[in-house]
Design a protein around this ligand. Structure first.
Ligand code: ZN
Length: 80
């Protein structure tokens, strides 16, 4: 697998130069930030509590990839 143009554990708020769709990157970043884990490993946003990574984090990860023109490893049918 090729190297990602960003650190998936700590993606930057500003899109990398290889980003093709800044709107999708920015939406993914907001999801990533809003669905971060608390000190016990639970998402700070999801109610009822969900262990992190929650669905918001998975969607954020997919958004980062798609915004950079990288293959989305999950089809939408598997998520919904
Ligand atoms: Zn969440």
């Amino acid at each position: 697998m090729s190297e990602l143009p960003f650190d998936p554990a700590d993606p930057p708020a500003r899109p990398p130069s290889s980003c093709l769709d800044e709107l999708v990157w920015n939406l993914a970043y907001r999801l990533f930030r809003d669905h971060r884990p608390d000190q016990d490993g639970f998402c700070i946003t999801c109610v009822p509590s969900e262990f992190s990574p929650c669905i918001g984090r998975y969607l954020a990860a997919r958004g980062f990839l798609v915004s950079c023109g990288l293959p989305d490893p999950v089809s939408i049918r598997e998520v919904l």
